[in-house]
Ligand binder design. Sequence first.
Ligand SMILES: [Zn+2]
Length: 251
Amino acid sequence: MSFLSDIFRRLIGAVPLTPIPDPYREEPMPDLQSAAEYIRARLASGQLTHDDLARLVVAYQQSHDLDADGKPGPATLAKLRPAALRKVYPLPVLPDLRKPQITSGHKSRNPSRPNHDGCDLFYRWQESDGAVKLGDGGATRDAAGKPRWFIPAGLCAIAAADGVVSAASKTPTGWRVWINHADGNRTGYFHLRDARVTKGQEVSAGHPLGEVGDNPRDTDAEHLHFEVSPIGRYAPIDPETWLVGATYFAG
Ligand SMILES: [Zn+2]
């Protein structure tokens, strides 16, 4: 079953969101996400059949110039081997070349925030930035009383890798966007002022997602909260581990 799960995980990221031919069932599957959810449930309950998996394999083969025989043979498996995902930090390099910085990490490396499911990103404040809104966190002023961190007005969070938008909507903590990636993970962008993408949209690394803003629920400074979780369940991992090897996106 773990072999099937692995194949399935890679197929989910590799097959485009197009209708899948469904010779095995009466009700049509409207899109891959529905098929994916169906098969995920079958996997979880131990009811996955050969036909279920073959349908996904056929869809993958048809979209990758392979013989569509529904069998994950050597040629298909070779193509399925995931290409390394190009990752970028989810905020761009500023025109003055300042890079985003992670100021507060995931709970696994941050004992003071046991509920922090992601990491927070800002830029280092400098005099020319002028007055900024200060938050209620501990790292908002330096010893001289100057602001330490800021986000430029109008700045957008950017996609950390190529993927497909799986959610873009308003929540009590601001607008948020999730993107599914071919490595089986999804990235989440929180406390946005709006969303510049819509569910189902394909995006490339660096694509603007929405303006960085506030969490309406607290008085913290404007910042980006960034999460990484496996696709299909909410189990946030340490984004800094996922970002190892990421580059800075300069637009
Ligand atoms: Zn946060």
